[in-house]
Design a protein around this ligand. Structure first.
Ligand SMILES: [Zn+2]
Length: 257
């Protein structure tokens, strides 16, 4: 079916940059059209009709006209603003990180319903006040599923033997998961993984988000799994996300109140 010249879609802003004197180019994720770039003309003028609505961390309904290079935004309204998400610097920085991962995972103009739904749900959870670290880990694990790069946490990635609780494990992202104590693994990749860390990785793959929110976890285990998944996602997407530096900075800055 030919794509119409003008169409309306749900969209979330993943990133944006200013162009010329008053325009802005947005990278949007849409359920049916995937990732696409759209220009909002004159949006930085105070008189612009589009102005305030084209913000990140919101589900928008946008009308677009097909252009040669970019789509052109002709109308926009806000569906869900997720305003609470912006109240904490950490949840806002996490939202940027999740958007960057979606941006980097998608090719332009390929349908992306599952990833769109994943990002949308993650923003709802941040908005509802769920711990940003839990939301981020849950999102990373499901993003890897969508990319067909689910980490192996049940069997050794080298010898395929079922891992047993008594043994020592290592986390080797370049090989796709955990290796057992019998296998040598690559010489420079010897990150140990505790049994608690391994269990939590399994939990992120198996439990729904409500159950994950309830877990009582030691900070050290959460930190271990955070590092493990960041390394894995960085490997899968071929480099670390740029927004992580900012996220780490705001997390370690005491909030003045
Ligand atoms: Zn092995």
């Amino acid at each position: 079916m030919p794509v119409p010249r003008r169409y309306t879609t749900e969209a979330i802003v993943l990133s944006r940059f200013d162009l010329g004197e008053a325009d802005r180019v947005l990278t949007l994720i849409t359920p049916g059209g995937g990732k696409l770039k759209a220009i909002a003309k004159g949006v930085r003028r105070t008189t612009s009709r589009l102005g305030g609505s084209l913000e990140p961390f919101a589900e928008l309904t946008v009308s677009l006209a097909r252009g040669r290079t970019f789509e052109v935004v002709t109308q926009v309204s806000v569906g869900h603003a997720w305003l609470n998400l912006r109240d904490s610097l950490e949840s806002a920085a996490t939202a940027w990180y999740l958007a960057e991962l979606a941006d980097r995972s998608l090719e332009e103009r390929h349908a992306a319903e599952p990833l769109y739904a994943l990002l949308r749900r993650a923003y709802e959870l941040l908005d509802a006040g769920m711990a940003p670290g839990r939301v981020a880990r849950w999102y990373e694990v499901h993003l890897l599923d969508e990319l067909g790069m689910r980490p192996e946490v049940d069997r050794c990635v080298e010898c395929d033997r079922m891992l047993e609780a008594e043994e020592r494990f290592r986390w080797v992202p370049p090989l796709g998961g955990v290796i057992c104590q019998r296998c040598p693994g690559p010489p420079h990749e010897r990150t140990g993984l505790t049994l608690e860390g391994l269990k939590l990785l399994k939990a992120y793959q198996r439990l729904d988000i409500e159950a994950l929110a309830e877990l009582r976890l030691a900070a050290t285990v959460e930190r271990e799994v955070e590092t493990a998944l960041r390394d894995f996602v960085g490997q899968a997407l071929e480099r670390q996300a740029r927004s992580l530096a900012f996220l780490d900075e705001v997390r370690h800055t005491p909030v003045a109140r």
